[in-house]
Write a protein that binds this ligand. Structure first.
Ligand SMILES: Cc1cc2nc3c(=O)[nH]c(=O)nc-3n(C[C@H](O)[C@H](O)[C@H](O)COP(=O)(O)O)c2cc1C
Length: 186
């Protein structure tokens, strides 16, 4: 069900960014076409070189190249994708998505995308439990985004609780199920 699908991956500045590499590898093995967008902070957690190598596509972060004015079209990216998967999704990026802030390429593409959007939050237990984050998650859900609930367990902070990004295999299964249901309905 994944073969030939165009998957746009959005990666944000979480310690779980390494899991994006695993997800991209799984998607590629299943025959998907993958393009990756990173927030500026995400590049501190995992290198664009790693994600570009795995996806076999240049990783995009900037709106434009100041050297030559060449720009990346969020509109084209949003139209290209069959699904947009934001994994990991930080509290910061989800807050911006919930209120329509569009100050990086990942976010402008979110606002432009016509495809289903899957969001895999990853953060510390208290960030996740904060009223603001919970409210933002409710808002994002109410807009039709598919939230892939974080798991409970040991967190990078040393605390234990809910906040671990779901495993890449679970995201792959969710995408597979989504495309399979859509095919059945068509
Ligand atoms: C080591 C480290 C790990 C972090 N992990 C997370 C995380 O898992 N989830 C989260 O919401 N924020 C995390 N943060 C904070 C974000 O990086 C910060 O809010 C940043 O502004 C996110 O930017 P972005 O959403 O544009 O990628 C972490 C920060 C540091 C220094």
């Amino acid at each position: 069900m994944i073969r030939g699908r165009k998957i746009l991956m959005g990666v944000t500045g979480s310690i779980a960014a390494f899991k994006a590499a695993v997800l991209i590898r799984l998607l590629m093995k299943e025959g998907a076409e993958v393009k990756v967008l990173m927030t500026p902070l995400a590049r501190e957690f995992i290198t664009p070189l790693t994600l570009a190598s795995l996806s076999r596509n240049a990783v995009l972060t900037d709106f434009f190249n100041p050297e030559n004015g060449q720009w990346n079209s969020h509109v084209d990216l949003g139209l290209w994708a069959d699904a947009y998967v934001i994994a990991p999704a930080t509290a910061n990026t989800m807050a911006k998505m919930a209120c329509g802030i569009a100050d990086n390429l990942l976010l402008t593409t979110y606002l432009s995308a016509r495809c289903p959007v899957f969001i895999a939050p990853a953060m510390d237990v208290d960030m996740l439990n904060h009223d603001t984050t919970r409210k933002n998650l409710d808002i994002l859900r109410s807009y039709g985004n598919i939230i892939l609930e974080p798991a409970t367990g040991e967190l990078a902070s040393g605390l234990t609780g809910k906040g671990r990004m779901v495993e890449p295999e679970v995201i792959l299964a969710a995408l597979s199920e989504f495309f399979s249901n859509r095919k059945k309905k068509a």
